[in-house]
Ligand binder design. Sequence first.
Ligand code: ZN
Length: 374
Amino acid sequence: MNKNFFTTIFFSFLLTAILAQNPNRIKEPDIMKNPVRREIIMPTIPGYEIIKGDFHTHTVFSDGLVWPTIRVEEAYYDGLDAIALTEHIEYLPFRELVKGDHNTAYTIARPRADQMNILLVQAAEITRAMPPGHIVALFVEDANKLETDEYMDALVEARRQGAFLFWAHPGWVAQQPDTTLWWDVHTQLLEQDLLHGVEVFNWDDWYPVSMQWAKEKNLTWFANSDVHPVVSHSFNTRDFMRPMNLVFAQDRSLEALKEALFEQRSVAFFLDNLAGPEHLLLELFNHSVEIGRPFTTDRNGNWRVQLRNPTDLTFRLQNLESGNGATRSIVLHPRSSVIITCPASENGQTTLQYKATNLHTGMFEHPTITIIVE
Ligand code: ZN
């Protein structure tokens, strides 16, 4: 009886202790968002590390609406590896409220970027009337020296610092309302090593004509957000990833990133489109898509074969040889497989040719994909 009595008392105390609520302060960690990063699955390409980067963004240190560290955190959550804060040199609407100079955004963001393992590119946007329009300088050392009367002096100074220069939003309606034009000035910049890349996508616009320039003039292709507000308030990140560049770098470092951009080893990635040099697009396809073995024949004697895409890239394929019995149209969605039909071959191998309609190698130009079934 005594034993039962003491046991009851003991458990009553224990229960009271467990249920006791601190009347002063109760923590609710579940209301906080977990720091979950979206992991973007890219193909493994021998010899390269694919760096996913957005190289055109703004903060309150020019006309953006967020603090520099927020851009770093967004990049982390969105699965990026690299970003650039590209504050306007000539347009600072919050200058009276936000003190600092043209390097301050970078200086503030840098420690956060190091903590979160984000490559932060020091940058600035030379913001001039057309021509030349807006030119983003990546990998600058001192953006304050880009504040000059003549735009040419700013570009030359950026280049003296080792910068990579690209033309931002060439088709921006405020500067080129009717036609997206390449000006003589841009030819001069190109000839003087003062222009290395061009945006083919910016914010929610893309410019087929600038894809043709990128191709013909050997410029590096870019798809950037040019985001001013919060990324998640602006982009439909439920259905798509924010615009980004897939840079084929030798390793995950700023030096390798810079080298790859100067060597045009970059693909612009927006919605489910991939735009860039043909050999890079073919590398992406060939290392993303696994072609199975033909496993059966249907009643017409055709093979069926599985195409497997474990990456976050999409491939939209259109049969180039209509009437050969192969599946006419294939959409390989991210992280999925499809089974296609193709003519069986007596020698054990069938070669199929498809046009990849969401891959762009120029203005309305798409590469041909070869699928060998064996
Ligand atoms: Zn901008």
